[in-house]
Design a protein around this ligand. Structure first.
Ligand SMILES: NC(=O)c1ccc[n+]([C@@H]2O[C@H](COP(=O)([O-])OP(=O)(O)OC[C@H]3O[C@@H](n4cnc5c(N)ncnc54)[C@H](OP(=O)(O)O)[C@@H]3O)[C@@H](O)[C@H]2O)c1
Length: 294
């Protein structure tokens, strides 16, 4: 039987409705409107589309968004100056620096410069450390979106073997950190594979939940998926002008029990979680509660 298609677009729409309600409530209670400042350096068309989509989603949820566009030749110092200004601006609650940055700029230095309280992408070492220790301030957008997709689909995460393909700072590593937590919505047994992994195919076949985040079009074949597994495709690859994921969707959907499409799976959830983090940042700022230890 063909797999259930996990409709990320519909699930994200539900989250965005709730976020819009939270924004309205925060404004009513405190007079504060959440404000996301996006920084885009250069004119990479894909990055421009991502930022535009994020801004549109902000507007629909009642979140203010401002775009700071800098030329591709911008120096690291100039970018750091802008980040410093946004850090100091009490009217800005979240800062998003769209990646990738041009070669002359040290990405880590810039992400480290974002104030942890405004780090809605959850890239700052302080926020990553908190996540690792199970007391997050913000949850990283893509992994959090994936976790919510699994929960909304009724997938049992606790005790499941979750195999993550890819160990990037944006997806693979934080995804592993989240799913291995001793916490509700987690408690998985996690294996992370990467380009040096020996016999990746056999490991992938042991997964109850397989998350593919490697950036190689249609890498995951049906032979790599255990019948009945849940497959989450994070990949966004452009092939012959079409968007395809890291999973060979047509073949894998015949083996898996549930699968996310590309587009319309993980992508919309990433944006919804960014909005949620921006509201969290504005709430923390309005209520002066920086520490959200649990
Ligand atoms: N839907 C969304 O919202 C969203 C968000 C973020 C990213 N993405 C997409 O997700 C994909 C991954 O993004 P990313 O930023 O995590 O990528 P990345 O930083 O390029 O990392 C890719 C990871 O995959 C591993 N890898 C690459 N080729 C491999 C192979 N043949 N076999 C095994 N492992 C391999 C790499 O291993 P090494 O570490 O050994 O090099 C690395 O850990 C991309 O298509 C990206 O566009 C989507």
């Amino acid at each position: 039987m063909a797999a259930q298609i996990i409709d990320g677009k519909a699930i994200a729409a539900k989250f965005r409705e709730k976020i819009a309600e939270d924004v309205a409530a925060l404004r009513k209670e405190t007079g504060v409107t959440p404000h996301l400042a996006a920084v885009l350096v250069g004119d990479d068309p894909a990055s421009a589309v991502y930022v535009r989509n994020k801004q549109r989603a902000c507007e629909k949820a009642g979140i203010q968004s401002t775009l700071h566009r800098l030329p591709g030749m911008t120096s690291q110092e100039e970018l750091l100056t802008l980040v410093g200004r946004l850090n100091e601006d009490s009217g800005v609650h979240g800062i998003l620096v769209q990646l990738p940055l041009p070669d002359q700029i040290d990405e880590k230095a810039v992400l480290d410069a974002v104030l942890p309280m405004k780090d809605v992408d959850c890239f700052h070492p302080e926020n990553v450390g908190r996540l690792m220790q199970g007391r997050p301030r913000f949850l990283p957008c893509t992994p959090c979106g994936i976790q919510q997709l699994l929960l909304e689909t009724g997938v049992e995460i606790s005790g499941a073997h979750c195999v993550i393909l890819g160990r990037s700072e944006i997806v693979g590593k934080p995804m592993a950190a989240m799913l291995m937590q001793k916490a509700p919505g987690a408690n998985a047994t996690v294996t992370v594979c990467h380009s040096r992994t020996r016999d990746l195919e056999s490991i992938a076949r042991t997964a109850d939940i397989l998350v593919a985040a490697i950036g190689v079009p249609r890498f995951v074949k049906a032979s790599m998926v255990r019948p009945g597994a849940v497959v989450i495709d994070v990949g966004i690859n452009r092939v012959d002008g079409k968007l395809v994921g890291d999973v060979d969707f047509d073949a894998v959907r015949e083996v898996a029990s549930a699968i996310t499409p590309v587009p319309g799976g993980v992508g919309p959830m990433t944006i919804a979680m960014l909005l949620r983090n921006t509201v969290t940042a504005a709430t923390l700022s309005a209520t002066k509660t920086g520490d959200t230890s649990r």
